[in-house]
Design a protein around this ligand. Structure first.
Ligand SMILES: [Zn+2]
Length: 391
């Protein structure tokens, strides 16, 4: 099983320069390879394999001498990454984008020869080692690494390891060990057992400060405001990730099966009032975390369709109350007189809908047997990496 471990690193000034060269060269080769593949395909329907393009690197180095300063395996990996983006495109993802110096993740890959020794990260071209803050050990055999730089001047390495453990087989789905989870806006999540996970206060505070600075920046695009904005943004992202890790780990540890509603975030974001709230609580990141953690620990994720009226159905007798509005937090069932908490009742319904579907064979065990792979870790935008900073 593959697992990624993320650490902060502290390069010296000259190492920072060499990191910048690796990032720049990797981006350059990526964009060039993308352009080449694309043009060849449009022009002559020729489909370049990554191997075809890698074979062209020595010739490119004659043209661009500066490429010789960086680890050639990182450049080869850049081409592999571009090819992966293309494969995803053919499976329905967006067309591969050119990498920008100013937008998106600034990173480069080290596909082999990665070593961690005496609090030093040792990789090709950095033989003296980069200082690493090893807050937890890696597990198993180190396969590869990705070094990234943030816009706030911090550096990280994500180390991919083969833990040599077998993929745990899935636990059987039983009513007694299944929990339903309702994701909400007022509270982040409510379970069928009545546990409520509120959005943390410190996150809300950081978010409103971020909004304030964003407004200020739109009027005065000074360098200092820009830096402050980047720092605040980073803070919000880290706090949010930390919160999502805590909740997802707790749910996975304590339950064998987790039932969820399919999210229709794209549809809901159109509703202007909800947009901010939804992006803030990051449901989709949370569901991704639940899914890969379920794979690690052999747990199940069950999904129900968005159309099941989970919040309008009485969890005691099944009566659907069409009169219910978003404002009604508590309601009394007109048929059986049960007093229901809207969110808890919804979570109980999600659980029973999911189990019912499961018994009738219509369920989809999302991602069963699908594991965090090299590809997913190398493209962290699409598949957030397992461990956050200090997580
Ligand atoms: Zn009822």
């Amino acid at each position: 099983m593959f697992k990624a471990f993320k650490y902060r690193i502290f390069p010296s000034e000259s190492q920072k320069e060499l990191i910048a060269k690796h990032i720049g060269s990797s981006r350059f080769v990526y964009n060039l390879a993308l352009e080449t593949k694309n043009t060849a395909y449009l022009g002559s329907k020729h489909n370049f394999s990554p191997f075809d393009l890698i074979k062209q690197l020595p010739e490119l180095k004659k043209e661009c001498e500066w490429l010789k300063e960086v680890n050639s395996q990182s450049l080869q990996q850049s081409i592999q990454n571009m090819d992966i983006a293309f494969k995803k495109f053919f499976k329905g993802a967006g067309f591969p984008k050119f990498k920008s110096k100013h937008k998106g993740k600034q990173s480069f890959s080290i596909p082999q020869n990665v070593l961690v020794e005496n609090d030093l990260l040792i990789i090709p071209k950095f033989k003296e080692g980069i200082k690493i803050s090893l807050h937890r050990p890696t597990e198993g055999i180190i396969k590869s690494a990705t070094i990234s730089a943030t816009s706030t001047g911090k550096y990280f390495v994500s180390i991919l390891c083969d833990t040599k453990q077998d993929i745990p087989s899935k636990e059987p789905i039983k009513e007694s060990t299944t929990i339903g989870v309702d994701l909400g806006i007022k509270d982040f999540a409510t379970t069928s057992e009545g546990e409520v996970f509120e959005n943390p206060k410190n996150l809300r505070k950081a978010q409103s400060r971020l909004k304030y600075v964003q407004r200020k920046y739109s009027k005065n695009k000074g360098k200092r405001t820009k830096k402050r904005l980047a720092l605040l943004h980073e803070k919000v992202v880290n706090k949010r990730k930390d919160f999502l890790h805590k909740v997802s780990t707790k749910l996975i540890r304590e339950n064998q099966t987790i039932a969820l509603e399919n999210l229709n975030v794209a549809g809901m974001v159109k509703n202007h009032n909800l947009a901010q709230a939804i992006s803030d609580v990051s449901w989709s990141t949370f569901v991704t975390m639940l899914e890969y953690k379920a794979d690690w620990y052999g747990k199940n994720i069950l999904r129900i369709g968005r159309f099941a009226p989970s919040s309008k159905t009485c969890s005691c007798c099944g009566t659907i109350n069409k009169e219910l509005t978003l404002k009604d937090r508590e309601w009394t069932c007109p048929k059986c007189n049960s007093v229901l908490d809207r969110d808890i009742s919804a979570a109980i319904n999600i659980k029973s809908f999911a189990l019912k579907n499961n018994l009738s064979g219509e369920h989809t065990l999302k991602n069963q047997g699908e594991l965090l792979t090299l590809v997913k870790v190398l493209i962290p935008e699409a598949h957030p990496i397992a461990f956050g900073v200090g997580g």
